[in-house]
Design a protein around this ligand. Structure first.
Ligand code: SF4
Length: 273
């Protein structure tokens, strides 16, 4: 088990450009097939789609590659609701290591075939799994979701995908995290492809850590409304710029802010993805 997140606390003086200039997060939509009660993005089947669109994604990928980003992450809501997600992932993964976050419940038949058609060694599928049993996972994500997610993971593996697992530690599963590890090893997913992060008090979640721009290591994040400090939240207090392009402008702004934190020693920043 590798636990990223809160245990990776880093001093502000370590916040050089290279410390954050490696991950770009793209919010592709916001609508979702699930309605998780801890969702930081407030996604659900009723959430309005806020589609970033293929043209914006292509432009973002181009600029991110020029700026030296080495990883791009796509998140939804559920990205596989979109019909053009495959083109987005194909374009990105042809240029840079690309991870797509999913609950894996929709990846069947045609969607799975479309994803298989663009599979390559730069593409990683990251699935949320909160338990080695249905009860721990379904408590926050909805009855029946664990079984469908596990089936989705197995289908992805059968088709040759590298699957990473992300587990949110909650009051329900906290005593049984080792069970998740036993389960993922049984699935053939190695420890380095499983990480656990704490619950955050954002979005729909009324419990968890209070995290914001003063205590989170930045990871440049884009949605239709602009650029944000970190993918944990695209609430207005996390907004860096209302303009997506040029991305470089927001990167400079973030750099200035972490330089200031390093200069004053005013806070410690932690990684949380
Ligand atoms: S946590 Fe993920 S799967 Fe659950 S509602 Fe939010 S976006 Fe959808």
């Amino acid at each position: 088990m590798s636990i990223q997140g809160i245990i990776n606390e880093a001093s502000a003086s370590a916040c050089t450009a290279s410390a954050f200039l490696w991950k770009l997060w793209i919010y592709t939509n916001y609508d979702c097939n699930l309605r998780c009660s801890y969702c930081v993005a407030k996604s659900s089947p009723n959430t309005a789609r806020r589609a970033l669109g293929l043209a914006n994604v292509v432009k973002l990928v181009d600029e991110a590659v020029d700026l030296g980003f080495s990883d791009i992450f796509f998140t939804g809501g559920e990205p596989f609701i979109l019909s053009d997600i495959y083109e987005m992932l194909a374009y990105s993964s042809a240029r840079v290591k690309t991870t797509v976050l999913t609950n894996a419940m929709l990846l069947r038949t045609k969607r799975l075939d479309q994803l298989c058609a663009i599979n390559n060694e730069n593409l990683i599928v990251q699935v949320s799994l909160d338990g080695g049993n249905a009860a721990d996972h379904d408590a926050y994500r909805g009855k029946g979701s664990w079984a469908k997610t596990v089936e989705g993971i197995e289908l992805l593996q059968e088709r040759g995908f590298r699957v990473r697992l992300s587990t949110t530690e909650t009051p329900v599963n906290a005593a049984r995290l080792e069970e998740v590890c036993i389960f993922h090893r049984r699935l053939g997913i190695p420890d380095e492809d499983h990480f656990i992060r704490p619950l955050a008090k954002r979005g729909y979640s009324k419990e968890g850590l209070a995290l914001d721009m003063t205590n989170l290591m930045p990871e440049v994040t884009v949605n239709l409304d602009g650029v944000f400090w970190h993918p944990l939240s695209t609430d207005v207090d996390m907004q860096v710029s209302r303009k997506i392009f040029p991305l470089f402008g927001s990167v400079e702004r973030i750099q200035q802010q972490i330089d200031e934190i390093a200069r004053t020693g005013s806070s410690k920043l932690m990684t949380f993805t």
